[in-house]
Design a protein around this ligand. Sequence first.
Ligand code: RFL
Ligand code: PHB
Length: 394
Amino acid sequence: MPVSLRTQVGIVGAGPAGLVLSHLLYLKGIDSVVIENRSRQYSEQRVRAGVLEQGTVDLLTQMGVGERMKSEGLVHHGIELRFGGRGHRIDFQELTGGKGITIYAQHEVLKDLNNARIATGGQVLFEVEDVSVHDFDGDQPKIRYQKDGDACELTCDFIAGCDGFHGICRPSVPSGIFTHYDREYPFGWLGILAEAPPSSNELIYTYHDRGFALLSMRSPNISRLYLQCRPDENIDLWSDETIWQELQTRLASNGWTLTEGKILQKGVTGMRSFVVEPMQYGRLFLAGDSAHIVPPTGAKGLNLAVADVQILARALKHFYSTGSYDLLHNYSEVCLRRVWKVQRFSWWMTSMLHRFPEENPFDHRRQLAELDYVTSSRAAAKTLAENYVGLPME
Ligand code: RFL
Ligand code: PHB
């Protein structure tokens, strides 16, 4: 006999989507259990996102998990677009009526959320195995898993599939229900974390003949940098010296120097755009990367995951307060309106800033014209700024 547990909302995945949802539900008086197959240490150390939209910062602050982000996060009011060896600033503050972004690592957000969940008696179960979801087409869905050698069954009212792109929730839905929209890009990003003070106060997105490069950061002493590479690039072929040399070449600009430092971590990430429609089946609701992936050029994945669960938490609260399914029925439609706008923006930033293997000289000239337009037209710059700092929530 499995160990039986009961909760209102069973959440698969303790990434940003799962943990924000769990804590938001707690603040609304709704019980949840989070089931995670990795260790807490692994998820709190894994280097991923770094850019938080204003809306994400505001939400984390309202949730009471913004204290460290406020003291350690770096607030930025613009970015630089660099091409032809020259930089052009996009002034978010001026173009969006005072908005900005905050640089604060995803794994730091996870630490803050895990601490808040534990301090308030929340249940986040790490290192579970063989997770599977059942009966979500009825009104007593179940999550089955193994924990410390015991078979467990968690019965819930609803399941939130917050288990990322490679999770089990989306593939558990019978075929024919979901429509998938997909685009793979013919390149990836080689990312490094380096012990070097950032060479710029703001992020620099660079278009270079040899490919895209991005200068970002994590703190006043740690730089985060990326290079466009082949999607199947073998990281072992890149010595630290070669990486710095390529960054120096692509980021070069008159009168500006890139400070190098010890490389602490390096890795290659593939790039894709992906959406599943709808984001719900029966009592299973998908949120975050389990339902959609964006290429990182717009810095949107984590922010979109947080937007989804904000909408889901509101709909669940409405259900528990009134018994009405109205908002739950609208969940997918409301999320997807934002998802597709963010997909468009991420695709556009990616298309503008990368070299494509199949491009011809016309495409190259068109990209340069696009960059010239975005950095010389107030209307175009405003469009970029409005999307980058984050579209308003519906
Ligand atoms: P996550 O973070 O993938 O979390 C899913 C969790 O589910 C767990 N899991 C399971 N648990 C139980 N049973 C199973 N069978 C399970 N299968 C999986 C996983 O272990 C994990 O803990 O998804 P979530 O919560 O939807 O969050 C999405 C974000 O993590 C992602 O979109 C961002 O990291 C994307 N991203 C960026 N987003 C931004 O908003 N701003 C950025 O600056 C930014 N930069 C980036 C990025 C992603 C990157 N990479 C590595 C893909 C930069 C990079 C390089
Ligand atoms: C990062 O700091 O990791 C980062 C910044 C901007 C992006 C993507 C990633 O567009």
